[in-house]
Design a protein around this ligand. Structure first.
Ligand code: E4P
Length: 218
């Protein structure tokens, strides 16, 4: 499973990219609202940092404007993937953009049937949301599993991009069920890495190394 980062914060993207674990990035209007600066410039900078697909979301509501906005976003950088909602208008715009060779990530996907429609419209990625199901006391991972299973049994080329990831368990379970990608907030990357036994082990090894040097008078 490939790991994308789910943020528009350049410092966080640079930090996690320096670990060598990133294959792409996703943004949305909420995440962009949390950072300062020109949107196109932020997209361009993310594309320079991350060597892979970078999702930039369209905010238009009608098909013609979605296509125009998506075409404009895709021209910013070859890494840009246009993000569109899983709606009637989003499907029409996705099929038009896909015909023009522009990659689309269909977002706000909550069911296997929505994912099947997104794939059939030519989306390169479909983003089932996990956490927002959990927020309303439903099983987000269970819904993701239905989509992964349906796609494994079909011949869709669309990649399943697990989104609305809120915990390290979401990441681990998405990998276990065979999702193609998980897009992960910076905080969850840190949670995935941390283990108290690793920290304690590093401290002990450093102390033992220092004690050995001290005994030798170094
Ligand atoms: C990414 O593509 C999605 O926009 C994002 O994962 C949504 O996450 P949230 O439900 O935590 O806002």
């Amino acid at each position: 499973m490939k790991l994308f980062i789910d943020t528009a914060n350049l410092d966080d993207i640079e930090e996690i990219a320096s670990w060598g674990v990133l294959s792409g990035a996703t943004t949305n209007p909420t995440l962009l609202g949390q950072v300062e600066g020109d949107e196109d410039e932020i997209y361009r900078r993310i594309c320079e940092i991350v060597d892979g697909p970078v999702s930039a979301e369209v905010v238009a509501g009608d098909v013609a404007t979605m296509i125009a906005e998506g075409t404009r976003l895709a021209a910013i950088h070859p890494h840009i993937v246009v993000k569109l909602p899983t709606s009637r208008e989003g499907l029409s715009a996705t099929s038009a953009l896909a015909r023009d060779g522009i990659r689309v990530n269909m977002t706000l996907c909550f069911t296997a049937n929505q994912a099947i429609l997104a794939a059939s419209a030519g989306a390169a990625f479909v983003s089932p949301f996990i956490g927002r199901f959990d927020d309303i006391n439903e099983d987000g991972l269970g819904r993701l599993a239905e989509i992964v299973e349906a796609f494994a049994a079909s011949n869709f080329e669309t990649e399943v991009l697990a989104a609305s990831v809120r915990t390290p368990v979401h990441v681990m379970e998405a990998a276990r069920m065979g999702a193609d990608i998980a897009t992960i907030p910076p905080k969850v990357f840190h949670q995935m890495l941390h283990h108290p036994l690793t920290t304690a082990g590093i401290d002990t090894f450093n102390e033992d190394h220092a004690a050995r040097l001290a005994r030798r008078g170094a």
